[in-house]
Design a binder for this molecule. Structure first.
Ligand code: ZN
Length: 165
């Protein structure tokens, strides 16, 4: 029986709750989440705990911030003019944008608030600083196809979805 290990595409159902027991995200009612194991597709603390699991296995996993979306850091919320965004984008809290720094590195900003005149964004993931509680069940494991390993992510549930990068 195959186990979760590097270069497998792993399908999971999950419920994510915070310390207060509030449900932040869940796959119930949707198709399972799938990802390529060993390629940083999901938070490291969860990926590590899934290693070795088999189809049908369930587990409760607690992930500390440093193994999740990181500790809260940086300058905090920053203000941007609405004209910095394409006019056809419907700006909402939680959306992420990527900006390239002068040294070529990419940085991600998450929208925290939108007003009539400005957009506020933060470099912290919305769940930075949070301990994450996952209830996970492995529902399927398949071998990755070579192009998925090249790209470091799955190409659809069956690995046959063509796309451009
Ligand atoms: Zn790809």
């Amino acid at each position: 029986m195959s186990k979760v290990e590097d270069k497998k595409v792993v399908f999971i159902h999950y419920t994510l709750t915070n310390d207060e027991g509030e449900v932040l995200d869940k796959s119930e009612g949707d198709d399972p989440l799938f990802y390529l194991h060993g390629y940083d597709n999901i938070v490291p603390g969860l990926e590590r705990e899934l290693t070795g699991m088999e189809v049908g296995d369930k587990k409760k996993v607690t992930v500390a911030p440093e193994d999740g979306y990181g500790e809260i850091a940086g300058p905090g919320e920053q203000e941007f003019g609405l004209d910095a965004f394409p006019p056809d984008v419907n700006l909402e809290p939680g959306m992420d944008f990527h900006a390239q720094l002068e040294d070529g590195a990419f940085i991600t900003f998450w929208v925290t608030r939108v007003t009539d005149t400005a957009v506020f964004m933060d470099t912290n993931h919305p769940l930075a600083g949070s301990t994450l509680h996952f209830d996970v069940e492995v529902t399927r494991i398949r071998d990755a196809v070579p192009v998925e390993i090249d790209h470091g992510h799955p190409h659809g549930p069956e690995g046959d979805v063509a796309h451009h990068h």
